[in-house]
Design a protein around this ligand. Structure first.
Ligand code: GLN
Length: 209
């Protein structure tokens, strides 16, 4: 399995570790490639758009021509996980003209909604498909204001959607790569439990470094 992490900005190594760990739980070896230029996305089975600063990420993926490749990846129904700033970039409306959204996730976001309340916090979060709460780390996180008809909300915090799925796109307002718990990566990349060796219940004790 080849996994691409958009590496123009943001947490790359933590996501790489979580992807490898999730794949290993399914008996698969993930080759993780860092993507900074066009031409690599088409070779990837799964993609990850990490957090960071959405204005910067959207500008850099646009400059490099990676934006169109991500859109094509989604159109081909291949899994993609977008976290925090990645969610903002994937959305249809970031409520900020500096973010050139990819429009692969039919949601409207409020970029720094949580940031104004609390810069950063961790909370146990109930996520559909996971047996136990997920330790969700929110860092200047966006809130999803509106979701389209085809978008499934898989987690809420304080009533607001903070994890959503639309077809092959899974997006979280929080950072799932920071706690050594790979279950969200598993949900995104192995939605059917893949070969059935693990069903994303977190029961294996492999932990991302
Ligand atoms: N607030 C950032 C933005 O608007 C996102 C923060 C993050 O990715 N942790 O891009």
């Amino acid at each position: 399995m080849k996994a691409g992490v958009i590496a123009v900005q943001g947490d790359v190594s933590e996501h790489a570790a979580a992807i490898r760990s999730a794949a290993a739980a399914h008996g698969l070896d993930a080759e993780v490639v860092e993507i900074r230029e066009s031409g690599v996305v088409p070779e990837c089975d799964v993609l990850l758009v990490p957090g960071g600063e959405s204005t910067t990420i959207s500008r850099l993926v646009g400059d490099e021509g990676i934006d169109r490749e991500i859109v094509d990846h989604v159109a081909a129904d291949k899994p993609i996980l977008a976290t925090c700033a990645g969610l903002i970039v994937a959305s249809t409306d970031a409520n900020d003209e500096r973010v050139d959204t990819l429009d692969v996730l039919d949601v409207t976001v409020d970029r720094n909604a949580f940031g104004r309340q609390a810069d950063s916090f961790e909370a146990p979060l109930d996520v559909d498909g996971l047996d136990e709460p997920f330790p969700a780390v929110f860092i200047r996180a966006p809130v999803v204001d509106e979701v389209g008809d085809d978008v499934e909300v898989v987690a809420r915090w304080d009533g607001d959607p903070v994890a959503v799925r639309q077809g092959p796109v899974v997006a979280t307002a929080f950072h799932p790569e920071l706690t050594g718990d790979h279950r969200v990566h598993d949900l995104a990349f192995f939605p059917d439990g893949a070969d059935g060796t693990d069903d994303a219940d977190g029961s294996d004790d492999e932990v991302a470094a």
